[in-house]
Design a protein around this ligand. Structure first.
Ligand code: HEM
Length: 352
């Protein structure tokens, strides 16, 4: 400390870091990018909270009011929407990076907290999706909740908990709102704190002794790198808010579903799998993937230290992981862009 008062940020960091930590290829900056999204979500979410009303009669008008008449309302809603989706994407990219570098080695608890964070992120996106209470969000949540119900043991309970009943009803919107703004934010704060604390306690980024290289003071080297990633992420979020707007469609009509009804994009891959087989797509594959992610750090018996990309002695685990990632991306793309009315396959260039 050398006489200098250490503030909060200093306590999250050691005083020195290895050169490897400063190498952009070591983390690709996804963890910090996810944190930046989380910060943006909190700030914009607090603002939206002041104007929204989780009542079925008023929710839709409130969203219209925020979007069309409130000063900066549209930008704040767009930023909230974009950073929520980006948060999910950056968290998934961060997980992929951690897996392919075996960053979980000696950091099993950090990995488990990470999986918890990913589940919270999905839940936050899902409960947020319903809040505009328009035709698309109404039906997407109905389908998404049905898919969630397939998941063994917890699925049906979770579905009923989120919908506040067996199906969407008068209590669904207040329940989703309560989970979205009352339950999840404190859980995010606690779990992110635990995640970063475990990371710090485990000695920072996983690396072999030789791989660590020379050490440099965190202030200014790591701080500058983190600030650069955070600013770049925020700039990208702002730029995206210029091009993509958070949607609002017509009022919900519980009697007339759109055709096709699609789940929110992050569940469309599961929807596509379920369209082939409810048992395999809705139950077995998601369960096996979840089990693989939880058990991977325990199954990994390789000798190479964590922190190396695509280490040879982990090729089987990496291969299984890549097959999972690529197949899920494929299902998602097909479900999102290649399915039309009645879930019929749309050929990309027509004429078939
Ligand atoms: C959802 C929000 C998340 C946030 C904000 C977050 C944040 C971070 C940050 C800032 C680091 C420091 C290194 C870096 O920047 O890459 C880190 C490391 C780590 N994270 Fe996450 N993380 C999240 C989710 C996850 C997930 C989903 C997993 C995997 C299940 C995970 C597993 C880990 C592990 C094992 C490390 C140590 C990596 C190593 O030493 O190479 N995190 N996280």
């Amino acid at each position: 400390m050398s006489g200098k008062r250490r503030h909060f940020i200093d306590h999250l960091h050691p005083q020195k870091v290895s050169l490897r930590t400063l190498n952009p290829l070591a983390t690709l900056g996804f963890g910090i990018a996810a944190l930046t999204c989380l910060g943006t979500i909190f700030v914009t979410g607090l603002t939206l909270f002041l104007y929204y009303n989780p009542d079925q009669k008023h929710a839709y008008e409130k969203i219209l009011h925020i979007t069309t008449t409130l000063r900066y309302g549209r930008l704040i809603r767009d930023l909230h929407y974009i950073s929520a989706n980006a948060f999910l994407i950056f968290s998934a990219l961060h997980l992929i990076r951690v897996f392919l570098t075996a960053g979980y080695k000696g950091r099993k608890l950090c990995w488990m907290y990470g999986l918890g964070l990913l589940s919270l992120t999905l839940m936050a996106n899902f409960t947020g999706y319903i809040l505009p209470w328009d035709q698309v969000s109404y039906w997407a949540v109905k389908v998404g909740a049905t898919l969630m119900g397939y998941f063994p043991v917890l699925g049906e309970e979770l579905r009923r908990f989120i919908l506040a009943g067996a199906d969407i009803g008068a209590d669904t919107l207040p329940r989703a709102f309560a989970i979205h703004v009352g339950l999840l934010p404190p859980l995010f704060i606690i779990l992110t704190g635990l995640h970063l604390w475990r990371f710090r306690k485990s000695g920072g980024l996983a690396a072999s002794q030789e791989g660590r290289g020379e050490s440099l003071p965190v202030d200014p080297w790591l701080y500058r790198a983190e600030a650069a990633v955070a600013l770049l992420t925020f700039a990208l979020l702002l730029l995206a808010a210029n091009f993509f707007h958070s949607p609002i469609f017509e009022r919900p009509n519980p009697q007339h579903p759109p055709n096709p009804v699609k789940a929110p994009w992050y569940f469309v891959g599961v929807q596509e799998m379920v369209s082939h087989s409810a048992f395999w797509g809705g139950v077995m594959v998601p369960t096996l993937i979840a089990a693989f992610l939880v058990l991977a750090p325990f199954l990994d018996r390789s000798r190479s230290p964590g922190g190396q990309w695509f280490s040879r002695d982990r090729w089987i685990l990496n291969l299984i992981f890549l097959i999972i990632v690529l197949s899920q991306i494929l299902f998602l793309i097909v479900g999102q862009w290649f399915r039309g009315k009645n879930w019929v396959f749309l050929y990309p260039f027509g004429g078939f």
